[in-house]
Write a protein that binds this ligand. Structure first.
Ligand code: S3P
Length: 442
């Protein structure tokens, strides 16, 4: 396990281009693997997770070429995955395991999906249930505990039939597993979400020339329904992956910590289902200027500038559907909460407990190690503002977002902070510590 030392900074300034969005990279990799033809991707995520998806595509018969100019070419299987020789290794990636399960279940082979220790603990019943309702034979490991079964997962694939599904958990991964299976099933699958989650799968499917419709809710309180006809064929695309806004979140929050910050983020994904963070940054007192916006395959890509208010920054409350939309950004928002004027309360975020780690417990433990007081709830945290933190030994729990969140908290602490298990950052953002060092003014 590696230790990274973070020293306090005086200011946060500069410009940075973020590596490609992790969520979009997974989807492009998987759909390219199923499609006919060669997909060319620029700015593919450098994180380890989407590379697990790429490796699974290669094991399923796609050809994956990493070009010297960093573009990736994936020649797909034209709808026919092969029987893999070995278990499909999803590494640390819940997105790979859950979305891949839906993608491969209609294929007539036996697949075993495995992952690392953290992924093996994560709940998989949420995808087993709808895929089994479509006719897939899926066996999880365990399953008598409160959180249901987990990996290794065995899938005995074969023809599936459409279902009408209402997602009980706000999860884009579950939605995607059902859409990817529905794309290849008999009949038209329809799906309604309890909360509108990130819609990258919808955009990616359309980019690969699948048909998919969204019917607006018929009455207030009712939710939109997605419908996807089955037996569709996909066609390769050329695409540039937008910069990852969840990686940008660390630097956006760092900018808030100093009165004279000036940060420019280039080519960043601004899909409205991911951009709630920008509203939170504005609510906390950051000034955001959108310098330009373009659209690629339904995804918005823009350049933004963030400056700060010399008067310090406010607090806020995050709850309800906002918590689901900000799920990946909540650890870093919580990590800067003690420095706000009025504190931050996070509720309705129980899903944080079943991410790469129990992120509520680990945020609470590490903030306390830095001298903060707070209240831990089953579904969130209440963190008072106006606190001073000191350097401490941080336990990342081998969770990338915890390692990075506390590197940001360390910028305004007194003394040095040691991030234990700092190498976890490479799961989504291998360049994080290099950029952090360049942007932090000391
Ligand atoms: C993701 C969805 C979210 C998120 C994860 C990526 C995706 O997970 O936390 O990092 O790419 O669809 P859930 O679907 O479990 O909420």
């Amino acid at each position: 396990m590696s230790i990274q030392i973070i020293r306090p900074a005086l200011n946060f300034q500069g410009s940075v281009t973020l590596p490609g969005d992790k969520s979009i990279s997974h989807r492009y990799a998987m759909l390219a693997g199923l499609a006919e033809g060669t997909t060319r991707l620029s700015n593919f995520s450098t994180g380890a997770d989407p590379h697990s998806s790429l490796a699974c595509m290669a094991a399923l018969g796609a050809t994956v070429v990493h070009n010297p100019d960093k573009t990736i070419e994936i020649t797909g299987t034209a709808g026919h995955f092969i029987q893999p020789e070995h278990p499909l290794d999803c590494g640390n990636s819940g997105s790979t395991m859950r979305m891949l399960a839906g993608l491969i279940a209609p294929h007539p082979h036996h697949f075993t999906l495995i992952g690392d220790h953290s992924l093996t603990l994560r709940p998989m019943e949420r995808i087993r249930k709808p895929l089994a309702a479509m006719g897939a034979e899926i066996h999880l490991t365990g399953g008598d505990g409160a959180s249901g079964g987990h990996a290794p997962i065995n899938i005995y694939g074969g023809p599936l039939h459409a279902i009408d599904f209402d997602t009980p958990i706000p999860s884009a991964q579950v939605k995607t597993a059902v859409l990817f299976a529905g794309l290849q099933a008999e009949g038209t699958t329809s799906l309604s979400e309890s909360v509108r989650t990130r819609d990258h799968s919808e955009h990616a499917l359309r980019a690969f020339r699948a048909t998919l419709t969204r019917a607006s809710a018929s009455a207030p309180g009712h939710l939109d329904r997605l419908s996807i006809p089955g037996h569709q064929k996909l066609h390769a695309i050329n695409a540039t992956v937008p910069g990852d806004i969840s990686s940008a979140a660390f630097f956006l929050c760092a900018a808030l910590l100093f009165p004279d910050s000036n940060l420019i983020l280039d080519s960043i994904g601004m899909n409205p289902t991911r951009a709630a963070l920008l509203d939170v940054i504005a609510a906390l007192g950051g000034r955001i200027k959108v310098l330009n916006v373009e659209e690629h395959h339904g995804e918005l890509i823009g350049t933004i500038q963030v400056t700060t208010n010399p008067g310090g920054f406010n607090g806020t409350t995050i709850s309800g559907s906002l918590s689901a939309q900000l799920i990946d950004e909540l650890p870093v928002i919580a990590a800067i909460a003690p420095y706000t004027r009025d504190g931050i309360t996070i509720r309705d975020a129980k899903e944080l407990r079943v991410k790469e780690s129990d992120r509520i417990a680990l945020v609470a433990k590490n903030l306390k190690a830095m001298g903060a007081t707070l209240t831990e709830h089953e579904d969130g945290l209440t963190i008072p503002g106006g606190q001073k933190l000191h350097g401490a030994q941080i336990d990342s729990g081998t969770d990338h977002r915890i390692a990075m969140a506390f590197s940001i908290a360390a910028l305004r602490a007194t003394g040095e902070t040691e991030i234990h298990g700092a190498e976890a950052a490479a799961i989504s953002f291998p360049e994080f510590f290099t950029h952090l060092d360049t942007l932090s003014q000391r």
